[in-house]
Write a protein that binds this ligand. Structure first.
Ligand SMILES: Cc1cc2nc3c(=O)[nH]c(=O)nc-3n(C[C@H](O)[C@H](O)[C@H](O)COP(=O)(O)OP(=O)(O)OC[C@H]3O[C@@H](n4cnc5c(N)ncnc54)[C@H](O)[C@@H]3O)c2cc1C
Length: 389
């Protein structure tokens, strides 16, 4: 088989499917090559947090853009991905974290994110169920959650309805620059050609970027998830603990059916060869202890299932988004470090704009792959203390 399009997108997660969707709205021809099924990896098994607060300020422009798509998702996709803009609240236990909430709220306002910081009585009046160790709460009323199992496949189907070629069960094994563009070869020996290529292959992106002379210190890890038995639906806000002590972090959301989905704490192992990420029982036990600390009334709930997913992490916890520094027409988007679901549609829209017009008003400098070519030492592991969801 020999096929050609304006753009080849490698990877059918939330980033690849939304990029294809927005490229088709710009009438660019696009082929998405996905090794398994769309949304089968991190994009389909994540916590479902559609959360802007807590992100680096440099992500907020794209994150705000993403929120506009989440809000219009039913209309844009013609199906429901269960996006509930019911609010997201972070709480903390330490005075320095409470001070940080206020500082972050002041800075985020200039980037289009309005937060309300509550303490003491006002906080307990709003959230009477919080444990008495909680010192402050930062409320983002327009954030929320969505169903990850539905989102990327729905964007893929919508892109296909607009004319995108979504090719599943097709692994890319080789990318090569040639006159006029790129030659992309699948494991089955099929050849695809395009003027532009986007590598958005999640935890597997380094294998491809290395072929193109741009290795990155990407590692795979598995955020630890659990879901409880269903109980009456009372928690509309998605909530989480912000802390610089990773072991204290926990976050949860309740779905209208009644189950509480929760995550947090240190991620577990993930293996890019087997494409599996496991849950360590001790992590679930620790998560439940922190869950009870945040909302003591939830203590008696039973966990009915645990899972994880293969997520790509970069040492500075920020993604790579933007053009290659080695080959014209080549673009990257990966390394979302536990936070790529919410921002995915904003990344997709921004990349579609960049690929189509050569420019975007969204600043991408801090996401350049070039930062890893200046020497790995500048990117010592930063503590990923943020509630990732
Ligand atoms: C358990 C868990 C909880 C999380 N919670 C949240 C959350 O609440 N909120 C949030 O914002 N983020 C969250 N994240 C992070 C978020 O899910 C990811 O950052 C995001 O989904 C990444 O999307 P992606 O499209 O870059 O990658 P992926 O979804 O991993 O998609 C990459 C795709 O590329 C394909 N691929 C790889 N190599 C090849 C190849 N050679 N050829 C063809 N295809 C290839 C893979 O099969 C895969 O489908 C969580 C992640 C996990 C795992």
């Amino acid at each position: 088989m020999n096929e050609r399009a304006d753009v080849i997108v490698i990877g059918g997660g939330i980033v690849g499917t939304t990029t294809a969707f927005f490229l088709r709205r710009r009438k660019r021809s696009v082929i998405v090559l996905e090794r398994g099924l769309t949304g089968q990896q991190a994009s389909g098994v994540n916590f479902g947090g559609v959360r802007r607060q807590g992100r680096a300020l440099s992500q907020l422009a794209m994150s705000n853009r993403a929120l506009q798509t989440w809000k219009r998702s039913r209309e844009l996709l013609g199906e429901d991905v269960e996006f509930l803009p019911s609010g997201h609240t972070r709480v903390c236990y330490h005075a320095h974290d409470a001070e940080y909430f206020q500082r972050y709220a002041d800075e985020a306002r200039a980037h289009g994110l309005d937060l309300e910081v509550l303490e003491g009585r006002a906080m307990f009046e709003r959230f009477p169920f919080l444990g008495r160790e909680v010192l402050a709460a930062s409320v983002s009323p327009l954030d929320g959650h969505a169903n990850p199992r539905l989102a990327a496949p729905a964007f893929g189907r919508a892109a296909a309805r607009l004319g995108a070629r979504i090719v599943e069960n097709t692994e890319v094994v080789h990318i090569e620059k040639e006159a006029g563009g790129f030659r992309v070869e699948s494991a089955a020996g099929d050849i695809y050609r395009a003027e532009q290529v986007l590598v958005c292959a999640g935890a597997w992106a380094n294998t491809l970027s290395t072929q193109l002379g741009e290795p990155v210190p990407l590692v795979a890890r598995g955020p630890q998830m659990a879901v409880t038995e269903p109980v009456p639906y009372v928690f509309q806000h998605s909530m989480g603990v912000y802390t610089t002590v990773k072991a204290e972090s926990v976050y949860f959301r309740q779905i209208p059916r009644g189950n509480l989905v929760l995550g947090g704490g240190p991620p577990g192992p993930a293996d890019i060869a087997t494409r599996r990420a496991g849950v360590l029982p001790e992590n679930t036990v620790a998560q439940m202890a922190q869950f009870r600390r945040m909302v003591p009334a939830l203590g008696p709930l039973h966990v009915i299932r645990v899972w994880s997913g293969v997520e790509s992490y970069l040492p500075d916890s920020e993604p790579v988004i933007g053009p290659s520094t080695k080959a014209d027409g080549l673009f990257y988007a990966f390394g979302f470090s536990g936070s790529g679901f919410q921002i995915g549609p904003g990344v997709g829209e921004t990349l579609a704009e960049l690929l189509d017009t050569g420019a975007t008003p969204i600043p991408l400098d801090s996401f350049s792959i070039q930062r890893f070519q200046r020497g790995a030492s500048a990117h010592a592991e930063s503590a990923t203390s943020e509630t990732s969801s």
